[in-house]
Design a protein around this ligand. Sequence first.
Ligand code: MLT
Length: 312
Amino acid sequence: AIVLSSAAFAQGYPERQITMVVPFAAGGPTDTVARLVGEKMSTDLGRQIIIENVGGAGGTLGAARVAQADPDGYTLLLHHIGMATSASLYRSLPYDTLEAFEYVGLVTEVPMVMVARRDFEPADFPAFIAYVKENAGTVSMANAGIGAASHLCGMLFQSAIETQFVTVPYRGTGPAMTDLLGGQVDFMCDQTTNTSQQIRGGTVKAYAVTTPERLELFPDLPTVAEEGLPQMEVSIWHGIYAPKGTPEEVTERLSSALQVALADPGVARSMADLGTAPSPAEDATPAALKNQLETEIARWQPVIESAGVYAD
Ligand code: MLT
């Protein structure tokens, strides 16, 4: 029998369409990033990238799906900071975060904004904090489950203001936004990739951004640090992964397609419009993503431990 070396295998790659799993609902922030970048990667690879939304359990269901997939380069995962936080938030995961994946590269880093339903009473962030503290028994915050970015921001907010309130989990902040617009839930902390259009349109109320600097897109919105809550600073980095054992030639080929996509002026424009920017080429590499994941697991583990929130 002829045994093909992985290099020979990779030469013909990709020979068919690729599935990119998004571990949250369609129409939300992760989905938006995946579709934007996936389309341009498809062009470079000469094969279609199909997005499959596998939402639930704060992104861990979709990650588990990819961890168990064949390591042939035809199933990928686009996930965010939740890949790192869920490693500490879950007492047991169906995969070992640092052992189950190969790395393609970093994609983008997205700011978050605290937003509320349009008719929510508080006029600004200090009033919002006071209101939430006074009405902790009745206000509700949407999130995309334990391990989601919206969950992390909510957790940081709860510990910063030392107040517990009701949280409502969704399969993604896409559907959560629908309920926020409908007034079924009061507020959420969500990425600009899902909130910027609503903020611009005035269909939600925006209070503060979680970045160290104000956003060019919304210069009137204060930062959480300006408002006295620097502990809430967080940016949502995204990366593309492949199942463990995927040949290096394949992840390198995907990394080069990712770099082409991120260098596309149209992608940069669309991202700017969503309050974010493409990661630089040197970060769109397997080594940079591996380093980021390891660093971030170590960074968030003590924060999560001191907040004392866990899922089974
Ligand atoms: C999504 O795509 O729904 C999100 O990234 C949710 C989140 O992590 O808050």
